[in-house]
Design a protein. Structure first.
Length: 254
């Protein structure tokens, strides 16, 4: 396919998969259970944090986590007392355990009380074309409190070579427009043009087959290469193609 044909093909697939039916099998259904902005962004962040492995397991464990927080995640984060955290001790999703979760709750409280919230932290110090340095700066703020070294592995750092799939996915959820009923469009101070594709096994393999990506590893260099390719197809909203790449990989076994 030439570029024009490829763009038409991926535009069609993006349109096909960016649809409310997408919510039925995707972890983004968890923040869609809430109506208040801060509940959406906190439940979304925690869900994205554990979004690796089997998708059914992700959804089940994220649902359990919301129940542990009385289905009021922002209120729980803001107003919890130390005894309230004990109910989280037995939570586990793969290598993310209760100790990690308890720190995440404390760190999020710290961000809301001292920095004005997640949106403020992610929108400050933006570079012209990318949010990767912003993500790295976010990680520094997130781990300002005393924490176990093991917990740091659950927040990726692009400046250390990671494609930061889960954080880039979360940013897609918060930033891209809500008009298709999938993403939320809550954060207006970040342009969708700066978003990076949540690069994983599925999107990476499809991108390579379509010659959008040559690099074999799914790391930050591959992410930059894929971002460049997708921005040539749509400068203003390159990450809409995440739906196309993911859908082709997961649902069509492309």
């Amino acid at each position: 396919m030439n570029r024009s044909e490829l763009k038409s093909f991926l535009d069609e697939k993006a349109e096909q998969y960016e649809h409310p039916k997408f919510l039925e099998t995707d972890p983004i259904q968890i923040p869609h259970r809430f109506s208040k902005k801060k509940d959406i962004e906190t439940s979304g962040f925690l869900t994205a944090t554990i979004a690796w492995g089997n998708r059914k397991s992700i959804i089940n464990n994220a649902s359990k986590l919301m129940r542990l927080m009385d289905n009021a995640p922002h209120d729980f984060i803001l107003n919890h007392q130390e005894p309230d955290l004990e109910s989280l001790s037995n939570f586990v999703h793969r290598t993310f355990n209760g100790d990690d979760l308890k720190y995440f709750i404390k760190a999020l409280q710290h961000i809301y009380l001292n920095y004005g919230g997640l949106e403020v932290v992610f929108t400050k110090n933006q570079e012209a074309k990318s949010l990767q340095k912003t993500i790295s700066d976010y990680k520094s703020i997130f781990f300002e409190l005393e924490h176990l070294p093991r917990t740091q592995k659950h927040v990726s750092d692009p400046l250390r070579g990671s494609a930061a799939k889960r954080i880039n996915m979360y940013l897609r959820w918060m930033v891209r427009p809500a008009d298709k009923g999938v993403d939320f469009g809550l954060w207006k101070n970040i342009s969708p043009s700066k978003l990076s594709c949540p690069l994983d096994v599925h999107s990476g393999n499809v991108a390579r087959k379509l010659k959008l990506l040559k690099r074999k590893q799914n790391d930050v260099k591959a992410l930059a290469e894929l971002d460049t390719s997708l921005r040539k197809l749509d400068t203003n909203d390159p990450v809409k193609y995440d739906f196309a790449l993911f859908g082709l990989g997961v649902f069509e076994k492309f």
